[in-house]
Design a protein around this ligand. Structure first.
Ligand code: ADP
Ligand code: MG
Length: 410
């Protein structure tokens, strides 16, 4: 990676502001954290800083409070969970900026950890306000971005603080960029992309870009319906993006030109109506009735996909194969997760739903890497730069003497 990381600089005794992405899923009723993967993923950075005697100031957003204080979205629960994991007291400030917060920071000792309250309680965060960024920068000597999942956003805490503080990457950000970068740059072949989820439109950029790298492309989930429709199959009332039929045709043509073996479902699970009680029927794609909806891939498709995936040395998976939120329609998705977990190949999972499924099934440890990003992962794999990464100091700024009083490690 061509950006400086915390390993390149001396952090001991320094006040280090770390932007993390602890936007964790919360139980709607109890507010409890339902998946703390994103918290655990940043532990290497936090521990590294504690071990070297930095004063660690963490900041994150949670949910969409839209510039107002929303009690349910306070970071107290997140800080408590981190505190349990670290076995160390982690307090939360009342506001992410201001004199009271500055006082709390001033009382930190080497190795202490403090959390700033939800950044998005201030509308200035999402407006990318320089004043707000300045308020954050006043708290620290060094800025670290470890919030890969938010690095596609041009928000103050992601892109602006670096104007006032030397800015480097955290270890999670580095790992995300290196792992996802490796599948774009030098994947072991055969390389298969397994793609599902809701929409083609969310993923066109990524599809276009990985089309030049993959050997197989397996398409399931809601997006398969648009491809099937583009091939003139009857797909009933399945949700499609009518304005993306040409895109689907273009992608299939590109696959053919590049010698990419693109597989679509040959059978699917269909229902008359999508509901928690609905019972699915298996149908060949030749036999879908006008009133039916596709909700999962069928057993023959599962077999076909498994056969291709078993040949792969690298697999990237994004998006569920069906409406996995309903128990009856999780079979295809679970079968794919189990198969990936069993492969010797490099298995890389990206996307909110896909990561959630793999974690819930207890298979995350069996994968090579589960990305903490959704939008950021798609954007990166689409070949675009991430503003939050751009904003960090380049490795060669060491030589250029741009480090504003930072001590570097040889
Ligand atoms: P990820 O978060 O892994 O990137 P997406 O956000 O693209 O995945 O898609 C997840 C959504 O796709 C889920 O809510 C799921 O219900 C939906 N989905 C999957 N298959 C279908 C289908 N056949 N019809 C409608 N929605 C589907
Ligand atoms: Mg999603």
């Amino acid at each position: 990676m061509d950006k400086l990381t915390i390993k390149d600089i001396d952090v001991s005794g320094k006040r280090v502001l770390v932007r993390v992405d602890f936007n964790v899923p919360l139980d709607e009723k109890t507010g409890a954290i339902t998946d703390d993967s994103r918290i655990r993923a940043t532990l290497p950075t936090i521990k590294y800083l504690i071990d070297r005697g930095a004063r660690v100031i963490l900041c994150s957003h949670l949910g969409r409070p839209e510039g107002k204080v929303v009690d349910k979205l306070r970071l107290t629960g997140v800080a408590q969970r981190l505190s349990q994991i670290l076995g160390k007291q982690v307090g939360v400030t009342r506001s992410s900026i201001g004199s009271e917060t500055e006082k709390s920071v001033a009382s930190l000792k080497s190795g202490d950890v403090l959390f700033l309250e939800n950044l998005r309680f201030h509308s200035a965060e999402e407006r990318d306000s320089p004043l707000f960024a300045r308020g954050l920068a006043r708290l620290a000597d060094i800025y670290v971005n470890d919030a890969f999942g938010t690095s596609h956003r041009s928000h103050a805490s992601i892109v602006r603080v670096g104007e006032y503080l030397p800015s480097v990457a955290g270890l999670l950000l580095e790992k995300e960029l290196e792992t996802l970068g490796s599948i774009l740059e030098n994947p072991a072949h055969p390389f298969g992309g397994l793609l599902g989820g809701a929409k083609v439109s969310d993923k066109v950029g990524m599809l276009e870009n990985i089309m030049d790298k993959v050997d197989f492309l397996l398409i399931g989930g809601g997006m398969a319906a648009t491809f099937l429709k583009a091939k003139s199959y009857e797909i009933g009332l399945s949700l499609i993006e009518a304005d993306r039929l040409d895109t689907a045709v273009g992608l299939m043509e590109k696959a053919a030109r590049n010698g990419v073996n693109l597989l679509l479902p040959v059978d699917v699970v269909v229902v008359d109506e999508i509901s928690a009680e609905a019972k699915g029927k298996i149908a060949s794609i030749e036999n879908i009735s006008p009133h039916q909806r596709i909700v999962d891939i069928g057993p023959q498709t599962i077999k076909n996909f498994q056969e291709e995936l078993q040949k792969c040395k690298t697999v990237f998976w994004n998006g569920p194969m069906g409406i996995y939120e309903i128990a009856q329609f999780t079979e295809g998705t679970q079968a794919m997760a189990r198969l990936l977990a069993s492969l010797e190949a490099a298995t890389i999972i990206g996307g909110g739903s896909s990561a959630e499924i793999v974690t819930k099934m207890g298979l995350a440890d069996k994968m090579t890497f589960v990305s903490t990003g959704g939008g950021a992962t798609l954007r990166f794999l689409g070949g675009q730069t991430l503003p939050g990464v751009e904003a960090l100091l380049d490795k060669d700024s060491l030589a250029a003497g741009k480090l504003k009083g930072l001590t570097t490690l040889a």
